[in-house]
Write a protein that binds this ligand. Structure first.
Ligand code: HEM
Length: 226
């Protein structure tokens, strides 16, 4: 009889983990994007710093951060294993790859898009998370809150970082475009009436989240928000 461990290292088990952690990350990105979008108040970061302060001081959110990192690592590890497993299943490529007929290019490139996102994440966490949790935010704003907004402004003065973030957000859009509908499908939430609605919701979600995120470094670099 297959053990519990075996069930999760099977192909279906890996996809289940991808689906569950993926849905959790989809929810995280909504909250993360919404809090960050407070910079568009263009009030020198006062509103954004209130949001960031709330996130940093709320114990429930801090506990959620542990779940977030465990989920993120599980998602990355299982994603890499699935990609290698799919490649190993067909070491000799098809003579004619009529991929277009079967799936979208970004569905077949989840590994590549995910790798680009991984590079982004390493740079991103060292830009902000390491500063806010470990090395310390050097200044406070007019309300006496730690000025994470000033760290953002400083970070997005660098053109290569703005370019990296923008490219990563294009990858994120495609990654989400596949991932959103795929997560629901893997978890077996298939319904004649609701599946097309979920698919449309996924398209809107992917485009809005990626556009909003990409607008942040670009608007700061261009001086549209100060
Ligand atoms: C380009 C837009 C983005 C900006 C400006 C941004 C900004 C930030 C900031 C300021 C923090 C530190 C928050 C704090 O310590 O209170 C942070 C943390 C984090 N970001 Fe982003 N972020 C962006 C996009 C993303 C994306 C697309 C992902 C995931 C794919 C992501 C994943 C994370 C994670 C995992 C953390 C650490 C956990 C946390 O502090 O909540 N970020 N980000």
């Amino acid at each position: 009889m297959a053990s519990f461990g075996n069930a999760f290292s099977s192909s279906i088990g890996k996809k289940l983990i991808m689906g569950i952690t993926g849905l959790f990350l989809i929810l995280f990105l909504i909250v993360h994007c919404f809090i960050n979008a407070l910079i568009f108040f263009n009030d020198g970061g006062l509103t954004f710093n209130i949001g960031a302060h709330f996130m940093a001081s709320n114990w429930l959110i801090r506990a959620g951060e542990i779940v977030l990192f465990v989920g993120l690592i599980a998602h990355i590890v299982q994603g890499a294993r699935l990609t290698f497993q799919n490649q190993a299943a067909r070491p000799v490529k098809y003579a004619v790859t009529n991929g277009k007929a079967n799936s979208k290019w970004y569905s077949r490139s989840m590994g590549l898009l995910g790798t680009l996102l991984l590079i982004f994440l390493i740079v991103h966490l060292s830009n902000f998370w390491v500063v806010s949790r470990f090395t310390g935010i050097p200044t406070v704003d007019a309300n006496g809150h730690e000025d994470l907004y000033a760290v953002m402004k400083e970070t997005f003065k660098e053109l290569w970082i703005v370019v990296l973030y923008t490219l990563a957000m294009i990858s994120l859009a495609y990654h989400l475009l596949h991932g959103f509908a795929s997560a629901f499908q893997t978890l077996g939430w298939n319904h004649k009436k609701y599946s097309p609605i979920i698919k449309a919701l996924g398209v809107w979600y992917s485009i809005i989240i990626a556009l909003l995120f990409a607008a942040m470094p670009i608007a700061m670099y261009a001086g549209i928000i100060n």
